[in-house]
Design a protein around this ligand. Structure first.
Ligand code: G4P
Length: 300
């Protein structure tokens, strides 16, 4: 489906820069989309970050399934990576980050202390794929009060640091990682979230794929949002009594899409279903968090 070169030249350059910048920092803050905590991750980060301390931010947690987010936080913590779930637009939601950075870098702080170095802020770099919320996080976290600190001894000329508070400063340009699409499911998850252009699949097909996930994992949210009496189930069309029933059994996602269209009145002349409008609405409402708090990847 996606036979495209996903690693354009400027990304190679950006990556080299990121690797260079790693030398300057104590901790890598990796921003993920909490609705797709694996798909929104670039596996290269393990190699780029090397042995640096790591903090995963499950961002957009306001739109993700609370329970799933809790499990994903544990998943990362079990792998030696600190994790926090946040809404990067909310200052209070970000308040957990500084203490976690300090916890993650406790050894370094201890070393500094032994050497008599006091109040040297920890240095962090924010990385993530486009649209994960890097700029939002930096803006909210740093706020108006944050002062950009200029060149300092030991810092590559021209590097800008944002002083967040007395404990932490951030490299002011986020590291942009490219998503990887080795598994087609990754591309789908990112398209559902609106993180990559819809062009990977026609809108209708994309919406049907989303419906399949929602019908399986969040049937009650779907029923409530679109006032559905039931979620169509797959079955043997041969056992059906009418052609309509046979079609529903053969393709339950399509049947569900048609039920949604009828309930919303998305009909064309002659009562035909407006599939395009229905598909667009489904995708828009998912992306806007209107269907409910949903996570596309479950730890099973
Ligand atoms: P980037 O730098 O990593 O590319 O991402 P950026 O901060 O630009 O954020 C991408 C979009 O995601 C923005 O929306 C931003 O408002 C939204 N966003 C970031 N963090 C969160 C969060 O924690 N929760 C929610 N609900 N949204 C978040 P946009 O599409 O550019 O505009 P709009 O949606 O604000 O209209």
């Amino acid at each position: 489906v996606m036979d495209i070169q996903w690693y354009p030249g400027h990304m190679t350059k950006a990556r080299r820069q990121m690797q260079e910048d790693m030398k300057l920092i104590d901790i890598v803050i990796e921003i993920l989309d909490a609705r797709a905590p694996l798909s929104s991750r670039n596996p290269d980060i393990n190699r780029i970050a090397g042995s640096k301390k790591r903090l995963v931010i499950l961002n957009k947690a306001d739109m993700a399934d609370k329970n799933a987010t809790k499990q994903w936080k544990k998943y990362y913590e079990a792998r030696g990576i600190f994790a926090e779930a946040v809404d990067a637009r909310s200052k209070t939601a970000l308040s957990a980050i500084t203490p976690t950075i300090m916890k993650a870098c406790a050894e370094k702080l201890e070393r500094d202390k032994k050497r008599g170095i006091m109040n040297r802020p920890l240095r962090a770099m924010v990385v993530g794929i486009p649209n994960s919320g890097k700029s939002t996080l930096i803006n909210t976290y740093a706020g108006k009060a944050a002062a950009k600190t200029g060149n300092k001894p030991g810092v590559t000329k021209g590097k800008q640091w944002i002083r967040l508070n007395k404990n932490v400063e951030l490299l002011d340009t986020p590291g942009i990682l490219w998503p990887k699409f080795e598994d087609p499911k990754t591309g789908l998850d990112l398209a559902f979230c609106g993180s990559i252009k819809d062009e990977i699949l026609p809108t209708e097909e994309l919406a049907l794929e989303l419906l399949r996930v929602l019908m399986r994992d969040y049937p009650e949210l779907l029923k409530a949002r679109y006032r559905l009496k039931e979620i169509p189930a797959e079955g043997d069309p041969g056992a059906a009594e009418t052609p309509e029933e046979a079609a529903r059994l053969a393709n339950p996602a399509l049947a569900c899409m048609e039920d949604i269209a009828r309930n919303r009145g998305f009909l064309l002349s002659g009562g035909r279903i407006d599939y395009d409008r229905t598909a667009r609405t489904l995708l828009d409402e998912f992306r806007g968090g209107k269907i409910g708090r949903i996570t596309l990847e479950q730890i099973r």
